[in-house]
Ligand binder design. Structure first.
Ligand SMILES: Cc1ncc(COP(=O)(O)O)c(C=O)c1O
Length: 370
């Protein structure tokens, strides 16, 4: 699939690739072949379970990558912010699941209404108040469907499975078609916990779908997932999965075992700006890599294929590897870093370059997140 720049001067013409050597560091570099391989293999894995894929747009926030996912067979996308929603409904026209409770903020009502008028949008609800606010945002005859968010061990938002039927009745009274249930197994983000999280999520969704069925609602969408639970996905109750980070992978996913190093499609290219004995300083700091540092992960990034070359200290525009023990590096050399969280890197760097040959690249400009 040829990649075109999001804001090319002539939208019909693909932007001309630029030599990597001309791009100022730090920048995010995406390997197009690995990206497409990740998209294809997740699609295949989910299809082999008899389920559908509805990838999360928040990871890349670019129409080009979303198109690749839809072309590969995704049934739609998941979004988490009004900007993401407006962009996907406006430019892609594919079905969208809004997994965040955007209706809680009346300031964005007009965008929610315009998006649901423009396309097939499913909104999350998880309280009577969130139903009322959605109805207030969309007007008396809402076209949109709703899915009930189920709490499945993450302890974020969501209702207990046994409370789904009551909420479904409330949503129906407000004029909504109840399309099913969904959950987010965020507790999967801890080493050794991802398998249990997947099982916990399946149990919660299965109980919730059964409660809906007993109340006369058909759960057409039973939506699950995060990237760390995908290796433990099983056929059965779940009808669709929503991983996002799988397209790039990152150090968190590597540590959790949800991706292998050969699958990492996004790195941050940085320049060595100082070398003092065993201390190597790079020009990619917290404003490029992000400061994501879960308790179970040392450091803020590592050099590609060199876990021992760990970024242990971070400043806004500097990062420090110490002790650095590896092939000698000099000031002015370029290195490639695997960031802890590819989602944060994509937000912070605001653009990313996609390469097919490792020599030149085309710019992608993700949608801002707010
Ligand atoms: C509701 C929801 N679904 C799916 C995802 C995607 O998960 P991941 O980033 O692990 O791929 C997220 C991530 O935050 C989420 O909040």
């Amino acid at each position: 699939v040829p990649v075109t720049a999001a804001r090319a001067a002539n939208p019909v013409e693909p932007a001309a690739p630029r030599p990597l050597a001309e791009l100022g560091t730090p920048f995010a570099l995406i390997d197009g072949r690995l990206l497409r391989a990740n998209i294809a293999s997740m699609q295949e894995a989910v299809a082999s379970l008899g389920a559908a894929l509805r990838p999360h747009f928040k990871t890349h926030r670019t129409i080009e990558v979303a198109r690749m996912q839809c072309d590969a067979g995704a049934i739609g996308l998941t979004v988490a912010s009004t900007r993401q929603l407006a962009r996907v409904t406006g430019e892609l026209g594919c079905p969208v699941l809004v997994s965040s409770l955007l209706q809680a903020d009346p300031a964005v009502s007009a965008t929610l209404r315009a998006s649901s008028d423009a396309g097939e949008v499913i909104f999350a609800v998880e309280s009577a108040r969130s139903v009322e606010l959605l109805r207030a945002a969309l007007g008396p005859e809402p076209r949109a469907e709703v899915v009930i968010e189920v709490e499945a061990g993450c302890e974020r938002s969501g209702v207990a499975p046994r409370d789904c039927a009551d909420l479904a009745r409330i949503a129906a009274r407000h004029g909504f078609e109840v399309a099913g249930v969904f959950s987010y197994p965020g507790q999967s983000y801890a080493p050794g916990r991802s398998r249990d999280a997947a099982e916990q999520e399946r149990a919660a969704l299965s109980e919730a779908a059964a409660a809906l069925a007993r109340a006369g609602f058909e759960a057409r969408h039973v939506s699950a997932g995060s990237t760390p639970t995908m290796p433990y996905a099983r056929s059965g109750v779940v009808s669709e999965y929503r991983p996002g980070t799988y397209v790039f992978g990152d150090r968190q996913q590597l540590t959790l075992g949800s991706v292998e190093s050969s699958q990492l499609s996004l790195t941050v290219v940085a320049t060595v700006i100082a070398v003092h004995g065993e201390r190597v300083v790079l020009d990619a700091g917290g404003k490029a890599l992000g400061r994501d540092g879960p308790r179970w992960l040392d450091g803020f990034g590592q050099l590609v294929d060199r876990p021992e070359a760990l970024i242990g200290r971070l400043y806004d525009h500097h990062s420090v590897i110490e002790p650095y023990r590896g092939d000698p590096v000099r000031v002015g050399d370029r290195v490639a870093i695997v960031p802890n969280n590819a989602n944060s890197t994509m937000v912070l760097l605001q653009s990313a370059w996609i390469t097919e040959d490792g020599e030149s690249a085309v710019e992608l400009r993700p949608e801002p997140d707010r």
